[in-house]
Design a protein. Sequence first.
Length: 234
Amino acid sequence: MTLALEQLGEDIWAHEDTMPLGGTQLRLRMTVIKLACGGLWLHTPTQLSTELQAAIKQLGQVRYLVGPSNGHNIWLNDWKSAYPEAKMYVSGGIPKKISIENYHVLDEHFDNIWSDDFERLYMPGVNFFNESVFLHKKSKSLLVTDLIQNHSDACPSGFAGLMTKCVFRPLGFKDQCVAPPLKMGFTIKDKPAFSLFITNIKAWDFDKIVVTHGDVISQDAKAVFSGLVQRFID
């Protein structure tokens, strides 16, 4: 296996990259799951490369491309072109941002077709994200896109570093955190429904949080999650 993919547990791998955001580069993680059926399920596809394709080919056939939150659309069409047989599932805001065809929307009405492998919950009342959160049962991994983040102290150079230090960190993009737009509260339009969503996630059996932005949280993951989201259920 090449270094393009890091194994995180049984039938779960990750690839790290970055994505542009407001003049800086935000760390980005794609998670690859081998399903019980043998196919591959890709969460938040990163930039496509020949090295990454070669690593994925060793694991199996790409069956699903998942864009689980509105800001994660940049490379979806590249992956769809490379894997035309794969089915695409996206959050409700993505089709409004890019031109895509033959897709399914991950909303509150979505019937979890991956129930053998995942639990899935939809973030209600937050159209800013429309995020779906998943629990990979086999590896006990909580997969989050924007809900929970874990930013290191490392800082990019040049203008991107300036934006990180002077804009994003003061806004709350630092350390282990809830997405700042959620922390500020203005994006949550149905607070009781959001509180129930958080409570239901807390009831899941997970021992690590595979964040899309930042370092995987593998130590005391449930306690970390509970501490970060307590504000929403008090």
